[in-house]
Design a protein around this ligand. Structure first.
Ligand SMILES: [Zn+2]
Ligand SMILES: [Zn+2]
Length: 251
């Protein structure tokens, strides 16, 4: 399983970080998790054709996670790929139909199947050899964290969240936890994670995880890289990785 970080940023524009998007290659077919602004333009940079993507998981509907979904669907249509399956939390169907409503010509051309998931749901998307389960994250809108189990290993993607016991439970014994880390330690934040709040919950939960990769960085995180890794290493024996756009991890 190969994981490519297409975007590791947030709603505020930053040099070298576009908004959220993670591409997972399970055997042949890639699965895209989140599709924020800038993610589509990362496809050629990652050496992947966007037309290969016909399945997208959305963690939630904030713009920094969905802004490039319709542009991806349009780009695929222009290249002859018209079908897409979009999985997301409660509200995804209404959101997507409103967005598509604004582009009448596309409605006739594309075949988009939107599937809403409830926390706790387990499923295998069509054409994939993996199991996916989801759990509610602790964010300001309905948000899902995903656990993807393939032949070579398993990882959890937290989505946007405060550190949560449920997500720690979902991540127990996973090879990799991809967790958001929006702001540096010491900042008072809600709906998001700092290295300090994540470290606290890791210590409390005592779960085994192979490695942790942090992503979803606000500009405020710049200059706090070393202390972030050190903070987590106090409570965690595995590798702590800070994601960068176009970085690849193998499981
Ligand atoms: Zn976000
Ligand atoms: Zn969000």
């Amino acid at each position: 399983m190969e994981i490519t970080f297409l975007g590791t940023g947030v709603a505020i524009p930053q040099r070298n970080r576009v908004q959220s998007g993670v591409l997972v290659r399970l055997e042949e077919k890639p699965l895209l998790i989140d599709c924020g602004s800038g993610v589509l333009s990362r496809f050629p940079e990652a050496g992947v054709s966007h037309t290969e993507v016909d399945t997208v998981l959305l963690s939630h509907l904030h713009l920094d996670h969905v802004a490039d979904l319709l542009p991806l669907i349009k780009a695929n249509w222009l290249r002859g790929s018209t079908s897409m399956k979009v999985y997301g939390p409660e509200g995804t169907e209404e959101w997507f139909s409103k967005v598509l409503d604004a582009y009448e010509y596309l409605q006739e051309e594309v075949d988009v199947d939107v599937i809403e998931l409830s926390p706790g749901k387990e499923f295998t998307p069509d054409g994939f050899d993996c199991e996916i389960s989801c759990m509610a994250a602790a964010h300001s809108v309905p948000t899902l964290a995903y656990r993807v189990t393939g032949e070579d290993g398993e990882f959890v993607y937290s989505g946007d969240t405060e550190p949560s016991r449920e997500i720690m439970g979902l991540a127990a014994d996973a090879d990799l936890l991809i967790h958001e880390c929006s702001f540096p330690s010491g900042m008072k934040v809600t709906n998001h994670t700092t290295p300090g709040t994540l470290a606290g919950l890791l210590e409390e939960s005592g779960i085994e995880i192979g490695s942790i990769c942090l992503t979803h960085f606000y500009p405020e995180m710049q200059g706090h890289e070393k202390e972030t890794v050190n903070r987590l290493k106090r409570y965690f024996e595995g590798e702590v990785i800070l994601a960068e756009d176009l970085m690849k991890l193998e499981l």
